[in-house]
Ligand binder design. Structure first.
Ligand code: SF4
Length: 451
């Protein structure tokens, strides 16, 4: 999400006639797009701000993003910082910089994000790699999980207007991107603030864009998978057979403490319903281990539950107390060594589940869009993701990057599976070469600008 926002800021500067330079080069303006999701995020943000301020004491140093939103006074107190602007009013950033250049007076532009009602709309030709583009469809979250600071830093759900999403999707697919990943802070919350318009409606409209090859939904809560959405997923020819459905804990008591709005039974029921409609769906998930109050017995129950859900892969995180969230003060904090042991067990389970999921594709054909070339065991392969998010390596011409290739899976693995090219389904067309120069800064959460 932060990469996307950084890219959208860059577009603003680009239109304002700025030129981008490397972070270590002298610049007139430094913009640090910060993170606050963990205390480590705060620390790294402060470190980067100090580096920018030291690099050119005459430059305007702008601190934006989640750390700026949560701790504006602290950010403005760092020597050399001129402007602090949180997760809103960012379109006004250039005007504020011009004023600071004239007046040289530090300015705090952070305001109450929870009162923000409108999605701040930027036109971003952003992509994850040469073949996949990200498209931000919403910002904010209404859930207030007890471990998470995000709603305080990002505000409540604000959906991008459907017309704007569709126009952006059309532009990206015209430029040659075969796959669009719909992203947001809480993607499944799309439409909560729109009258009678939900994610299912948006997906139905996106399906009609002829040039668009694949649509991927980055993440969705189990409670947001409605019967209507299941129908849309089942009838779609473009939506990827992959959903990331965060579970967070496989024990209902821990879920209650997390304020997750579902029990393990309700989660399993929804998963069963989706799989009935889409039997080969890959479901990936997030798990936090060592949440306050998670006993050994709770964790064992969670392991069993996770195993039974047959996930295709898990993202496992040890619980890390975040200042300002209710859970940081909960009794029953779990000692670090115990958390680490649980993380290892859960990761091992994830590897087993991933191998099991991938094995079922042996001998079958998947459509893969190669993104890069890489050397494995001394041999160069094209690497790409299938629609079910399996990472597949196969031999083929470099020119096939961005094309849709039918690949027969031969050797399934955990991180990467190997396959053989059967045919090329669709070649890459309509590529806009100017887009490929933007990847260098899209992958940096902090950059400097030379006016
Ligand atoms: S749903 Fe996600 S973003 Fe929202 S509060 Fe919970 S963890 Fe944070």
């Amino acid at each position: 999400m932060n990469f996307y926002d950084t890219e959208s800021l860059w577009q603003l500067f680009l239109q304002g006639g700025y030129r981008q330079v490397e972070f270590h080069e002298p610049a007139d303006v430094y913009v640090i797009n910060t993170c606050t999701v963990t205390q480590e995020g705060d620390r790294k943000s402060r470190q980067m701000i100090r580096r920018a301020a030291r690099a050119n004491p005459d430059a305007v140093v702008v601190v934006t993003g989640c750390y700026a939103q949560m701790s504006p006074g602290e950010a403005l107190g760092i020597e050399g910082v001129d402007l602090v602007i949180g997760n809103q009013h960012r379109k006004e950033m250039l005007g504020m910089i011009e004023r600071i250049e004239q007046e040289r007076r530090p300015f705090n532009a952070v305001s109450d994000i929870l009162g923000q009602k409108e999605f701040e709309d930027f036109d971003v030709p952003m992509f994850v790699d040469r073949t996949r583009a990200s498209l931000k469809i919403e910002d904010g979250c209404n859930h207030f999980c007890t471990f998470c600071i995000i709603p305080y830093a990002r505000g409540l759900v604000r959906s991008r207007k459907p017309d704007s999403v569709l126009a952006q999707a059309k532009r990206l697919s015209d430029a040659g991107y075969r796959e669009i990943v719909l992203t947001g802070i809480h993607t499944g919350g799309y439409g909560e603030d729109l009258e009678g318009y939900a994610l299912a409606d948006l997906l139905t409209e996106l399906e009609k864009i002829p040039q668009l090859g694949r649509i991927r939904v980055s993440s969705i809560e189990a409670s947001e998978i409605t019967d209507r959405l299941i129908e849309v997923l089942a009838s779609s020819k473009k939506i990827c057979r992959h959903l990331h459905i965060p579970l967070q804990s496989g024990h209902s008591e821990v879920l209650r403490r997390m304020n997750r709005h579902y029990t393990t039974e309700q989660y399993a029921d929804r998963l069963r319903d989706v799989r009935k409609a889409l039997p080969e769906l890959a479901v990936t998930s997030d798990i936090i281990v060592g949440f306050p109050g998670e006993t050994d017995a709770f964790f064992d129950t969670a392991m069993e539950f996770v195993r039974a859900q047959a996930f295709a892969e898990l993202h496992v995180f040890p619980y890390s107390p975040r200042k300002g969230t209710p859970a940081a003060k909960f009794a029953g904090q779990v000692p670090e060594p115990i958390k680490q042991r649980r993380v290892e067990r859960m990761i091992q389970l994830s590897d087993e589940l991933q191998q099991t999921y991938n094995r079922q594709w042996t001998g079958r054909v998947l459509e893969v869009i190669p993104e890069e070339t890489k050397v494995y065991d001394g041999k160069r392969y094209l690497i790409g993701h299938a629609d079910n998010y399996m990472k597949i390596a196969f031999s083929g011409d470099q020119d096939l990057r961005g094309a849709t290739c039918a690949v027969r899976v031969q050797k399934p693995g955990a991180e990467v599976s190997y396959g053989m090219l059967e045919s090329v389904v669709a070649r890459l067309t309509g590529t806009d070469p100017t887009l490929s120069t933007q990847v260098a800064f899209a992958e940096s959460s902090a950059y400097s600008l030379h006016g």
